[in-house]
Design a protein around this ligand. Sequence first.
Ligand code: UDP
Length: 236
Amino acid sequence: MQKCKQLYEGKAKKVFLTEEPDVLIVSYKDDATAFNGQKKGTIVGKGAINNRMTNFLFQKMEEKGVSTHFIQELNDRETAVRRVEIVPLEVIVRNVAAGSFSKRLGVEEGKELAEPTIEFSYKNDALEDPLINSYFAKALELATSEEIETIKRYAFMVNDILKAEFLKAGLRLIDFKIEFGRYHGKIILADEISPDTCRLWDVESGDKMDKDRFRRDLGNVEEAYIEVARRLGLEI
Ligand code: UDP
């Protein structure tokens, strides 16, 4: 599989065309941003960790019946994926109150929710990814009713699978963000699942083991990413 022209460069990844029209190569960067790009930095080794971790978790998803864009890991930071049309929704699932949920609703960080929640943000940097609901998504033709139903069903399946995987690694899954794409008319899981996109707290100590260490200047950012990878049994 050969990289051709660069198609896109995002905050954490570059995407390349290949000789196959249906296949892209994703290249994970060490760059980190937060607060809609206002805070910038580097997390050394993050690209390789997020690549390996996403691929490991996406293969778990496939085993449990959630289709993904994963095709093949090419090297430590590059992976071949199916070319999808990204549904412009950030899909956030929460098990425990934290971050914007705690702030918006005045709920203490760390409060276990009575049941998992799902929310949608409209993927639009200029508007700072505003929170919307499924009616907005349909009215703005971001997704159809049927697609939204599939996305919800997959999102809660992903939550169950991730919660179990991370718990085996001594990590509590607080919340996460996922994205979906359209591939030949079907909804499949795309983008990434990593400490950039999940909140993970150590089961014993409650220590944050995710991008909040970068967002909140908690230190030991690289070490936390390496530790999560190590606990999942990944070779980095
Ligand atoms: N998240 C993400 N990308 C975003 C916004 C959120 O990956 O652009 C993840 C974030 O890491 C957390 C979850 O989604 O695991 C919920 O984030 P929240 O809405 O609380 O926003 P934040 O507090 O990160 O601004």
